[in-house]
Design a protein around this ligand. Structure first.
Ligand code: IVH
Length: 696
């Protein structure tokens, strides 16, 4: 797609533009090229080339130029993904070629049967198979006409779909234009799957829970639900991805020959990747023998959890496109492809009991206890039922046989009750009248799905607030997990958050199971938390509806935490991502005298409520330095490590080169490490050494 020389050129152009205030009109095309390249690096290659702030700065420059010269705006400009909300349903559109689904196989025998049929149909031709992941998302059809993305549609009933072009334009891995005419192509229809990255899905659900909403069940539902949202801006926030795996229709420009790559499926996807499209190109493997396909399938299944997207099987396709045509279609399925489905991550069990847990904001969460059942190698015996509405919608009863699903790393959930198996002995689930912990009355605000205990001193809430304060994404006090906080609370050692900083260590030492080493570790962890960022402190305070993102936004807009005492709802509303509900919650939170007292105590204990001083001190340590990660990190996700580099002013490079300063090496590092060693100019660090360097 981009040669190293082109990448270097775009990178230098970006730096050049960033070093000037403003931008010249003559740079308008360069700005677009840089942004398209940065999108491709970030969304297709998963190897960012620019820091977020750099990207934003270039984006703003382009926007400013386009605003003063609207006549120069092109539909494929990176600024033009933004769109207005639709007022009603999506228009129905006819597919150029019916969108069929695939026949399924579940084992070696099924695959061998399918292979036999293919070989019968193939006659004397040699059969080669291409195997690629079966992505679990929502299928889409994309039409590019004269180089531009013209239409995006859902599958619908396979004949008619819904026109979701504006939403598809929000998917940053899908280019808005591509150099197809140069390959002799007037129009092309490409099919693929819209998916959501597992980590994006997790973050998204965390945010929903922080906002008092129930989490979405799995990445598949999240992807398909998002694609059909009426407001493209909301779609954009959900950070969908796409993977394109099939060319279903091609119309050539007059006098042009069909590109040579369009003879084999494998080559066609490599060709799409070359043009900048996201494809499974790197994940595809070809085989001539079905036995090899079968062993690859089982090997791949064993590592399905390590993939960034949810994959529910593999798709085996005949590689030769002429042979595909010869094998043709039945009314439902193509004869040239089949899906090999991984073993189900669903199982049935009995719902025995529902317990009610009190969260840190007083929310009452029903938790279902089921007969332990193994799903995809993990035993599940307890799962969240989210809220009363979910129980009612699914019509769950105690004693029901329930279908449980676990999608990858995602939390298990009840898909449905098998009502046909009821005996009549099942019992309705009674929601408690009062708080199961303190007995106080429960309240359910009109527009919310959850009941809440309104007693701010409810012991369950107090403990949950402290657990949250100490948690990894908040103050990150290692060793202060749920078990220890609860134990300290029950023993009267810890009653409020400020108590953490004045623990009676003699009492702690007297508790069972506390050795000197763990005690010292805990002490250090608590001490270190005093220098956490203001954003983490704000997040740790557990303000309702304030997740990590909002906490960061707040921290970035103040120099002293107490400034928020005077912020009005109107002022809060001027911040990005802060809506009326969040603003009301923040003002209510900071108006509480108890909270103000807590902050005074925390400050007296040595926590820093100031922003600028601390952030400046740490922010610049990596400034001017470049980093690259290789292998598997143990203490943090790669995306978090990269964010840390950027937060400290460093940048992430896409590969090992003489420009690279630091290579951070995790487990099973490969060729990057070898290359860096050969270069001899790169500092090679372990993950621990890197964290130390980052002061984290
Ligand atoms: S090929 C004409 N390849 O699985 C057949 N499908 O029932 C074109 N899917 O509807 C489909 N990953 O939504 C193909 N690598 C892949 C796929 C894939 C996921 C979905 C697709 C399809 C369903 C099969």
């Amino acid at each position: 797609m981009y040669s190293p020389a082109q990448e270097q050129q775009l990178f230098s152009a970006a730096k050049e533009i960033l070093s000037h205030s403003g931008a010249e009109l003559s740079a308008i095309n360069t700005l677009r090229q840089i942004l398209r390249w940065a999108d491709w690096r970030y969304y297709v290659q998963s190897e960012p080339a620019l820091a977020d702030q750099e990207y934003d700065a270039i984006f703003k420059k382009l926007q400013t130029l386009e605003q003063s010269h609207p006549e120069l705006i092109t539909p494929d400009s990176p600024t033009q993904r933004v769109a207005k909300a639709l007022s009603e349903r999506f228009p129905a559109v006819a597919h150029l070629v019916p969108m069929l689904s695939l026949d399924n196989t579940y084992n070696a025998e099924d695959l061998s049967d399918w292979d036999r049929k293919v070989r019968e149909g193939a006659g004397d031709s040699l059969v080669e198979y291409c195997v690629e992941p079966k992505y679990d998302g929502a299928s889409v059809s994309l039409i590019f006409d004269q180089n531009h993305l013209q239409r995006g549609a859902t599958r619908g009933d396979g004949i008619m779909g819904e026109d979701i072009t504006q939403n598809v334009r929000q998917i940053r891995s899908i280019p808005l234009s591509a150099e197809l005419a140069a390959c002799g192509i007037k129009q092309i229809e490409i099919r693929g799957e819209v998916v959501i990255h597992k980590s994006v899905f997790e973050d998204f659900n965390k945010q929903r829970v922080a906002e008092g909403l129930s989490p979405l069940a799995n990445p598949r539902n999240a992807a398909s639900g998002t694609l059909r949202m009426l407001d493209p801006n909301e779609v954009s926030k959900r950070k969908l991805s796409a993977i394109l795996y099939h060319i279903s229709d091609v119309e050539l420009l007059p006098g042009s020959d069909r590109p040579r790559a369009l003879k084999k499926h494998y080559d066609s996807l490599q060709w799409l990747a070359q043009l900048g499209f996201p494809t499974p190109a790197k994940e595809m493997k070809c085989f001539t023998d079905i036995a090899e396909v079968i062993s690859y399938c089982s090997e791949f299944e064993s590592r399905r959890d390590s993939l960034p997207f949810e994959v529910d099987g593999l798709v085996i396709k005949v590689n030769d496109l002429a042979l595909q045509e010869k094998l043709g279609m039945t009314s439902h399925h193509p004869g040239w492809a089949t899906a090999y489905k991984f073993s189900a991550r669903q199982a049935t069990s009995k719902l025995r009991e529902v317990q009610f847990q009190v969260g840190r904001t007083g929310s009452i969460t029903p938790v279902g206890k089921i007969d332990p059942v193994s799903i995809g190698g993990v035993t599940v015996s307890s799962l969240s039922l989210f809220n009363e509405d979910v129980i009612r919608e699914k019509d769950l009863h105690i004693g029901d046989t329930v279908l449980v699903e676990r999608a990858g790393d995602v939390i298990p959930y009840i898909v449905k009750a098998l009502s046909e198996l009821r005996t009549g002995a099942e019992q309705a689930i009674q929601f408690p009248q009062g708080c199961p912990e303190c007995g106080e009355a429960l309240e359910r605000p009109q527009d919310e799905a959850v009941w809440r205990c309104i007693n701010i001193d409810c012991p369950a809430q107090v403990v949950e607030r402290m657990i949250h304060f100490c948690s990894k994404d908040a103050m990150d006090i290692r060793g202060m997990g749920e078990g220890i906080v609860t134990k300290f609370f029950e023993n009267g050692i810890l009653r409020t958050i400020p108590d953490l900083y004045q623990l009676d260590w003699k009492k702690v030492a007297a508790l069972d199971g506390f050795k000197e080493k763990s005690l010292n570790n805990l002490r250090t962890a608590i001490e270190n938390s005093k220098t956490q960022t203001l954003a983490r402190l704000i997040f740790g305070l557990g303000i309702r509806h304030v997740g990590e993102t909002t906490a960061k936004t707040l921290a970035n807009n103040i120099t002293q935490l107490r400034e928020l005492y005077d912020w009005t709802e109107a002022r809060l509303l001027s911040l990005e991502d802060v809506g009326p509900k969040v603003a009301a919650s923040i003002t209510h939170f900071f108006a509480q005298p108890e909270l103000r007292h807590t902050l005074d105590q925390l400050e007296a204990a040595g926590l820093n409520l100031e922003n600028s001083a601390r952030q400046d001190a740490v922010s610049g340590v990596f400034s001017g330095k470049s980093f690259l990660f290789t292998g598997t990190l143990e203490q943090m996700k790669r995306s978090d490590a990269e964010a840390l580099v950027e937060a400290r002013g460093g940048k992430i490079l896409g590969g090992v080169s003489s420009k690279l300063n630091y290579l951070i090496v995790g487990a099973d590092a490969g060729s990057k490490l070898e290359k860096a060693k050969k270069l001899g100019t790169v500092v090679i660090l372990t993950e621990a050494a890197f964290l130390e360097l980052a002061g984290s």
